[in-house]
Design a protein around this ligand. Structure first.
Ligand code: AMP
Ligand code: TRP
Length: 358
């Protein structure tokens, strides 16, 4: 699967064909974190300039584990506000909530019936999560989670004749296997029922695809597994943000050099620094040759604070006007529904469901 693929080329511009992009994120925390931002969300914003973009907050995925309805409602709104605050423009990108477009569940059912039990059981995220929770604490929804994700993506497959038939999915490294399953299901559907879906391409940013925990630099920064000290939240206040970076685990040496094996902590901080400032890592190594970890961390903390402060302020401003947020969501749901309804019409026909008549 290609790594971060090229944006729309000049050929696209010449033919007027714009490739599509789709991604989703769960509203399962009170804030997104630095890993989400660098691994995925920053790409979402950039790709809206060159692609026809569909971005959804996947609230149906969020109920695959036990949840509190009031928290889900609040977190869905906070998620949307953060996406807009990061720069998604609801006029250019279709920003919507998954449950507003019931075709996601409908296509998931069809794809469930094309996925073997063994295939679903090989998904490593499912294996990890279900091992932690035990079979009686694991829902069937969690088992079929990747198939709902495949439906999220394939519903927005461009039709033949709709320009360049490309569907890119910006995500972090941990989603690669789910994307592979989606490609397999697209091809299987096409083989059985005729050419319908475009197998999507993962768009994984080199360098920032896996940001690690500040306290456990060998583990992924994760809202479910990281301790509060290991994770930087987008909506966090500057004070705690700085503290966490200053206290990030580093090895006992003093040199600021990239070494995944021996210096996982500093390597992670270098990746974050490089991604946020846009400076290649070798240049940072040169800049900090001879200075200690203290100065490096202090400068990095400042960059993180400068990146997230405006996003935090805009998020809270957007949350103050709920009516406006609801309007944005209604607009997004309308646009997404048009595409989803058309895809489902084709799918129902191809699988042999009888039309309802008029
Ligand atoms: P999640 O928080 O697991 O719902 O992930 C949302 C998006 O952020 C997905 O595209 C993930 O691949 C990405 N992501 C999550 N954690 C990280 C991380 N530590 N580093 C890079 N990307 C991440
Ligand atoms: N499983 C993804 C994650 O945890 C979220 C997701 C759901 C998604 N549907 C999607 C990502 C469709 C990309 C495309 O991050």
């Amino acid at each position: 699967m290609p790594e971060a693929s090229s944006p729309a080329t000049s050929a696209d511009a010449a033919t007027g064909a714009v490739p599509r992009v789709l991604s989703g994120i769960q509203p399962t925390a009170d804030s997104f974190h630095l890993g989400n931002y660098l691994g995925a969300l920053r790409q979402w914003v950039a790709l809206q300039d060159t692609h026809e973009a569909f971005y959804c907050v996947v609230d149906m995925h969020a109920i695959t584990v036990e949840h509190d309805p009031a928290a889900l409602r609040r977190r869905t709104k906070v998620a949307v506000a953060q996406l807009l605050a990061m720069g998604l423009d609801p006029e250019r990108a279709t920003v919507f909530v998954q449950s507003h477009v019931p075709e996601h569940a409908e296509l998931a059912w069809v794809l469930n019936c094309l996925t073997s039990f063994g295939e679903a059981g090989r998904m490593t995220q499912f294996k990890d999560k279900s091992a932690k929770q035990g079979t009686s604490g694991t829902t069937v929804g969690l088992f079929t989670y990747p198939i709902l994700q495949a439906a999220d993506i394939l519903l927005y497959s461009p039709e033949p004749g709709e320009g360049e038939r490309v569907l890119r999915v910006p995500v972090g490294e941990d989603q690669r296997q789910h994307l592979e399953l989606t490609r397999t299901l697209a091809q299987r559907f096409n083989n059985r029922f005729g050419e319908t879906f475009v197998p999507p391409e993962a768009h994984i940013p080199p360098g920032a695809a896996k940001i690690t925990d500040l306290q456990e630099p060998d583990a992924k920064m994760s809202k479910s597994a990281s301790s509060p000290q290991g994770i930087i939240d987008v909506l966090e206040e500057p004070g705690p943000m700085r503290k966490k970076i200053m206290r990030a685990v580093t090895d006992t040496g003093t040199e600021i050099v990239y070494d995944e094996e021996k210096k996982a902590g500093i390597t992670n901080l270098l990746r974050i620094y490089s991604a946020l400032e846009g400076t290649p890592i070798p240049e940072l190594e040169k800049r900090y040759a001879g200075s200690g970890y203290g100065q490096f961390k202090k400068d990095l903390a400042q960059i993180v604070v400068d990146t997230f402060t405006p996003i935090r302020e805009r998020t809270y401003a957007l949350l103050d006007d709920e009516a406006q947020l609801d309007k944005v969501l209604a607009h997004g749901a309308g646009r997404a529904s048009k595409v989803a309804a058309r895809t489902m019409e084709i799918v129902r026909d191809r699988v042999g469901f009888v039309g309802r008549g008029h």
